[in-house]
Write a protein that binds this ligand. Structure first.
Ligand code: SAH
Length: 688
């Protein structure tokens, strides 16, 4: 059987459907899954176990048989905990077939075959009765169906259905309750992920300000959650405007309603400021009394001793539809609305009549300006990065002449506007799709540039002289940035597009950036290693079958793949110097042959070599560069600082070399890296 998988093609800049073996899809799912991270989450596992033990003994204490329903059993972990705690029988439901198969194996290996029945179904398909999947309804409901937003993986409809059809009234639930907390903050840094700030450009005719269209200013954005490792956000990057407030909670032991609803709290700001962002996280109480609590609270809210690193549950950043001034002590109302899968927030000034209004429903935000569909949050941040913009302005000033004919190839870019203000006679701007068109036309209109910058809505290979009024391009520019890019080298689409438009370039054309350099460094992660590292046993249960399954999926392709991670969220230290490994010269066309390199990189610090990090540096001109990766190694220990707007490529080594002293350190890691110009993909291999 074959399946189709969506994949960005770096040679065409398009998202394409690639035919793959049926296995490919699920290997990807497992290899990139959060199962390993969950099994490494000791705080979660320990508290689930405590909660399950307590629930089983409450039921047993009442003289009842303990019948457990574990929805989304994964490895079977929570069912094995229940069986060990003395449950009489467990129904372990798992919709994802490879996982259900693994659960069967793991349950058997741990000796629970008689106590646990694994059912490979979605819970809403499970039947109860003498001939059903379950003999009778359960009196203990155990699940772990939560994401960072709590409800994003469909916990509410699943609970609603389970209470109606699969469990007894008055059942015990582990977790017993979840509570969502919020805190109102002002943060220029986080707000820059949602709105485009005015850009100031010094030109020969004085200062020009690029403004965003009113449609964009007033756009409520998209309801998709922005989940981040909030613990990596320094307190200097935001101002707290309110106490931590309880927004809503869900009691999982009672019937749950998944239908859309709103919750409202009144708050008195502790400080005056611009209310822009609602930070949010949740906790779960494993027992009714709330003594077994597992919390996602960030560092400034909870003692550091309670800290557990995890990636499968982080914290949420919600953007208010508009920023609003709030005054210290002057009451405001914060409303959370949710549907079955997502939450969004609004803020109102507290007026008596509003407080009493029964219906506080606020519609889910819908992006009206297209920009929130075109750019993700890091991209907004990148466009608002003034230092970065300054580098582009400086380099454009170097290369533009008053008679320059300029062509820009990048998705949703400000470069054409900069180029226009900096004096290019004609600026043409390439567009690959309808989105870009809507968004960019709004943008050009707001800046009165409709007739100054011409949008060419075609593909590079279809560019005709008529599009360019029979002129040759003297300056070709790109950031480059393309929305389909996942890994740093996917933006090399710029090179392919440059190659496709070659015949339209003047013989002395300037290409900006003139080249891109792929850099690489060996690192030790503080925590990120957990997501790809075997677990062995978890709370005393043997889960090696899961480890093997992940390893097998990671090795499914002969050469392992690098994966994108925003490393500002995942601290690491460098064990080697950064090294340039490949150079892509945009002044020339893409060669027919592959670009390969091999070499070795010296290990300079002691530590665990978890993997290699790769990123691109763009040399805009001979002496102006921007890095999409490492910006600085900040101290002797090798702690790294990363570009906060980009994801870097992480290649995890299959075995970790560890060294306590420099003396027993292998001196180098050897590598081979191959850029296949036909596919635009990079394959690599490392030897420790
Ligand atoms: N219980 C395990 C795994 C949790 S991950 C543990 O705690 O370690 C959640 C799992 O639930 C995933 O494997 C997912 O495939 C499964 N799942 C989610 N919703 C489900 C549903 N309604 N019915 C059956 N399986 C579900």
């Amino acid at each position: 059987m074959k399946t189709f998988c969506g994949r960005a093609n770096p040679t065409t800049g398009a998202l394409e459907w690639v035919e793959e073996d049926e296995d490919y899809d699920y290997h990807q799912e497992i290899a990139r899954s959060r199962y390993a991270d969950m099994l490494h989450d000791e705080d979660r596992n320990m508290k689930y176990y405590q909660g399950i033990r307590a629930a089983v003994s409450r039921v047993k204490g009442r003289g009842e048989k303990a019948i457990v329903l574990d929805i989304g059993t994964g490895t079977g972990l929570l069912s094995m905990m229940a069986a060990s705690a003395g449950a009489d029988f467990c129904y372990a439901i798992e919709v994802f077939k490879p996982m259900a198969n693994a659960a069967v194996k793991i349950v058997e290996e741990n000796g629970f075959r008689d106590k646990i029945k694994v059912i490979n179904k979605h819970s809403t398909e499970v039947t109860v009765g003498p001939d059903g999947d379950m003999q009778c309804r359960a009196n203990i409901l155990v699940t772990e169906l939560f994401d960072t937003e709590l409800i994003g993986e469909g916990a509410l409809p699943t609970y609603e259905h389970a209470h109606k059809y699969l469990v007894q009234e008055g059942c015990e639930a582990v977790p017993h309750r979840a509570t969502v907390y919020v805190q109102l903050v002002e943060s220029r840094r986080m707000w820059s992920w949602n709105k485009l700030f005015p850009v100031r450009v010094e030109t020969e005719d004085g200062e020009k300000i690029i403004v965003s269209p009113s449609e964009m200013e007033n756009c409520p954005g998209v309801p998709s959650v922005c989940d981040i490792q909030l613990n990596q956000m320094p307190s200097s990057d935001f101002t707290i405007l309110s106490e931590v407030l309880t927004m809503f909670s869900v009691d999982f032991s009672k019937p749950v309603r998944s239908a859309s609803t709103c919750y409202r709290v009144q708050l008195e700001p502790v400080k005056s400021g611009k209310a822009q962002i609602v930070l949010s996280w949740w906790d779960i109480d494993m027992d009714p009394s709330g003594t077994i609590n597992c919390t996602m609270a960030p560092y400034w809210v909870k003692p550091t001793s309670a800290f557990q690193w995890r990636d499968h549950w982080m914290q949420c950043v919600y953007f208010l539809p508009n920023e609003e001034w709030v005054l210290q002590g002057e009451k405001v109302l914060l409303t959370a609305c949710r549907d079955e899968y997502s939450v969004w927030y609004t803020l109102q000034k507290a007026r008596e009549e509003e407080e009493n209004k029964a219906d506080v429903r606020v519609e889910s935000p819908v992006c009206r300006c297209q920009a929130h569909l075109l750019w993700n949050r890091p991209r907004f941040g990148e466009l608002n990065d003034q230092n970065r913009t300054r580098q582009y302005i400086k380099s454009l000033m170097n290369v533009l002449r008053t008679d320059s004919i300029c062509l820009c190839i990048s998705d949703g870019s400000l470069l054409p506007v900069l180029a226009h203000y900096l004096g290019a006679e004609k600026v043409q701007y390439f567009l690959l799709g309808w989105f870009f068109f809507c968004c960019s036309s709004l943008f050009f209109k707001a800046n009165h540039l409709e007739d100054k910058i011409k949008i060419v809505e075609t593909r590079p290979e279809l560019l005709a002289s008529s599009h360019l009024e029979d002129k040759k391009i003297s300056v070709l520019i790109g950031e480059p940035f393309f929305t389909t890019s996942l890994l740093p080298w996917h933006n090399l689409y710029f090179w392919y597009a440059r190659t496709a438009v070659s015949e339209h370039l003047a013989s002395d054309v300037t290409v900006l950036p003139q080249c891109a350099a792929l850099h690489m460094m060996i690192v030790e992660f503080q925590d990120l290693w957990r997501i790809r590292s075997p677990c062995g046993t978890c709370e005393g249960f043997d889960v090696q079958t899961m480890d093997d399954m992940i390893k097998n999926s990671l090795n499914f392709r002969e050469s392992k793949e690098a994966e994108p991670h925003p490393l500002w969220e995942y601290p690491c230290k460098s064990l080697s110097d950064p090294q340039e490994v490949l150079l892509f010269d945009f002044r020339k066309t893409v060669p027919q042959h592959c670009l390969s390199t091999e070499g070795s990189v010296n290990l300079l610090r002691k530590g665990k070599s978890h993997g290699a990090v790769l990123w691109m540096e763009y040399h805009l001109t001979a002496d102006i560069s921007v890095s999409t990766g490492l910006t600085q190694i900040s101290n002797e220990k090798g702690n790294c600082e990363w570009n906060p707007h980009c994801k870097q490529a992480v290649y995890f080594f299959s075995s970790v070399i560890e060294s306590e002293t420099l003396a027993d350190l292998p001196t180098a890691v050897t590598y081979t890296i191959n850029f296949d110009t036909k596919t635009g993909e990079i394959a690599m291999d490392f030897k420790l």
